[in-house]
Ligand binder design. Sequence first.
Ligand code: KG4
Ligand code: ZN
Length: 356
Amino acid sequence: MATVFAIETSCDETAAAIVKNRQVCSNVVASQIKIHAQYGGVVPEVASRSHLEMLNQVVDRCLVESNLTWSEIDGIAATCAPGLVGALLVGLTAAKSLAIVRQKPFLGVHHLEGHIYASYLSEPDLQPPFLCLLVSGGHTSLIHVKDCGVYETVGQTRDDAAGEAFDKVARLLQLGYPGGPVVDKLAAVGNPQAFALPEGRISLPEGGYHPYDSSFSGLKTAVLQLVQKLKKEHGNSEGDSSLPDAVINDLAASFQETVAKSLTKRAIACAVNLGLQTIAVGGGVAANSGLRQHLQAAAAKHDLRVLFPPLKYCTDNAAMIGCAAAEHLERGHISPLTLGANSRMSLSDVMELYDV
Ligand code: KG4
Ligand code: ZN
């Protein structure tokens, strides 16, 4: 059983964790959400600086909370791709330095492989093959998980990620950042059938539509046009064009319903066609109550198992990175200390990170 100290700084969470195989010994996350909220989204330069300020204390706290000593750690890991390069470099450099000083093997981890491994933390008996529906602020993918390091991305968004769509719609409704949680809350009291919104579909050259790929930018534009029309209708003589709360709730509910149905339809079709029995959901949008309801109901109809890990493992964290690294380390996969940070990297190239 490998015990790994892992660091994650790919976006706006400064995180460290110690994981013994699939068991979490400690998990510390310092979120930057409040810092970025004032700008309405993540500012890369601010994220890097904040990682630098927070990382030492996060690393120290992680070791203390685990009740372990460095001598009990078998390897040091960090997310190296994809993500904001300046942010990635902070965690990557710290992990390499720790590996040199403590004389441990070093492992770079692909962030999306980490999201896949989040499902193992709450379901340690889970075994590939299974389908991972990864829905976050940066990604919307359907991944066929075949083995450790062997992934096939069978579906993805062609434009905005699902979480990004929630954030953009929340911004145009002036609901603040991040948008997903507040849209979810308002949707609970709105009517999902109030407005008919278009589900983004990807046409195929030979006719018909791509069964697994999605698109959310058209939906966002449709909400924008609908909001402009509704504002005109509700505008009064003093020039106030703000929308009544009930209309905003209905907009949130209709938008959420469209996204949840679109993701559910693709995930179920994909699992059924590939003959996979389990769908493991990950990423911040896994918290969405509309998605949970639709996916669970559809999966039950098709006799499929759906796993929603606890939210602390769905949103960015280092425990999922440590879990992936522990399995690679057990298989003898180690990264060279010359490994760099990479803002874009395909999940199918994961094994390029290791000397095997
Ligand atoms: O996985 P995550 O923490 O960070 C990324 O790697 O992107 O996901 C953050 C995203 C944000 O876009 C946020 O609006 C969305 O997840 N999110 C939600 C909910 N909670 C967070 N979206 C819909 N419903 C929610 N309840
Ligand atoms: Zn992520």
